[in-house]
Design a protein around this ligand. Structure first.
Ligand SMILES: Nc1ncnc2c1ncn2[C@@H]1O[C@H](COP(=O)(O)OP(=O)(O)OP(=O)(O)O)[C@@H](O)[C@H]1O
Ligand SMILES: [Mg+2]
Length: 348
């Protein structure tokens, strides 16, 4: 019997919500044949289906070169920043819309938290908060950013309405210090606006040894950090940019094929025989225009389309089923491609 995964928090921008997100990695449910699955009582089948969905949505991820690169950079920064008195450095994760930025930041946050937990098993009870996560909403100022950090670390403390940015920053720095925060993730950082966000972030870097990770859309060229005062922050950050895979390069295509093969091997479908996805890797590259996030969406929709069909007689991945998903992308998402059924091949 499977235990349903309890998910109680909607947001990562609170401490319990972030911890839930960092720990929600349900394993792949046990493999069943379709006959065994059909024989299950209805409620157990529903739990099984939910476990499959959760596995797709939360756990099934592929390794990327940017994960290695940014993990290496971040480990170095976290080790060196507390031992600097000036010129502390941060990390920027930048890419266009829907490229896997938040997912990458989550992975980094998880590794920082778990690394800390290994060294200090009682850290949570001691009130330590190795990772703070904030999300910038439209046109937020530096001051709004600071109050989000304070709310994350001290949700029950009310802030005086007249509080100055200076005073707020002092409190923020104190809280980051008291809670031994190592990593401060600022997601959707492109939404910061005005001139004060960069001065606030720079001051945070000067006064706190927590390493700042700015995550957002095209940060190096955007308004907030691509020009003027924002460049001061950009200069103090190592930049990791996520890109699409170039189908003309052998290395690129090899990586893409590896990703498709990982998805294919791990599909939580009954009687699943890998092959169809892998054989159509090139077509998938075309359909997704080389973007991992779109590939992940195709795979997630493929599994959902099969599992959600109440009249199915099997759960095989066929070219017809794959095409139906690719076709639906054209109608229900911003993804445009010209793949036809004839472009797809059946598994050998
Ligand atoms: N390494 C990976 N393996 C599998 N799927 C991934 C991976 N990275 C990202 N994805 C998937 O890609 C999708 C988009 O990811 P994410 O939300 O991180 O993008 P984003 O760049 O932050 O988007 P936005 O610009 O809207 O903030 C998600 O469904 C995510 O699960
Ligand atoms: Mg995001």
């Amino acid at each position: 019997m499977l235990e349903p995964l309890a998910l109680e928090h909607d947001r990562k921008t609170t401490l319990p919500g972030l911890r839930e997100a960092l720990n929600a990695l349900p394993p792949r449910p046990p493999i069943l044949s379709f006959a065994e699955y059909v024989a299950l009582p209805e409620d157990e089948r529903a739990v099984y289906d939910e476990a499959r969905d959760d596995f797709m949505r939360l756990t099934l991820r592929v390794p990327t070169p940017e994960q290695d690169l940014s993990a290496r950079i971040l480990a170095k920064l976290i080790a060196s920043n507390p031992r600097r008195k000036n010129s502390r450095r941060g990390l920027m994760i930048s890419a266009p819309m829907f490229y896997g930025k938040t997912e990458l930041a989550l992975l980094l946050a998880r590794s920082v938290e778990h690394e800390h937990a290994k060294r200090f098993p009682d850290y949570a009870a001691a009130g330590e908060v190795p990772v703070v996560w904030v999300e910038v909403t439209d046109h937020a100022t530096g001051k709004a950013l600071l109050s989000q950090i304070v709310r994350f670390l001290a949700p029950t403390v009310g802030l005086p309405t007249q509080i100055t940015t200076e005073e707020l920053r002092r409190r923020t720095v104190d809280l980051l210090h008291i809670h031994r925060t190592k990593l401060l993730v600022i997601d959707e950082a492109h939404n910061l606006s005005g001139s004060d966000p960069s001065s606030v972030i720079k001051a945070l870097q000067n006064e706190s040894s927590a390493t700042v990770a700015l995550v957002g859309i095209s940060l190096a060229s955007g308004k907030a950090f691509g020009s003027g005062a924002g460049l001061q922050v950009t200069m103090r950050c190592d930049m990791v940019e996520l890109r699409k895979i170039d189908g003309k390069s052998d290395d690129g295509l090899a990586l893409w094929r590896r990703w498709v093969a990982i998805f294919d091997r791990n599909l939580p479908l009954c009687d699943h025989v890998p092959g169809t996805l892998t054989r159509n890797a090139r077509v998938l590259h075309k359909a997704a225009n080389g973007r991992l996030a779109v590939l992940a969406m195709i795979v997630e929709r493929l599994v959902a389309s099969i599992v959600d069909d109440p009249h199915r007689q099997d759960e095989q991945v066929t070219r017809e089923r794959l095409f139906a998903v690719l076709d639906s992308l054209r109608h229900t998402t911003a993804v445009r491609h010209r793949i036809t059924l004839d472009d797809l091949v059946e598994a050998a």
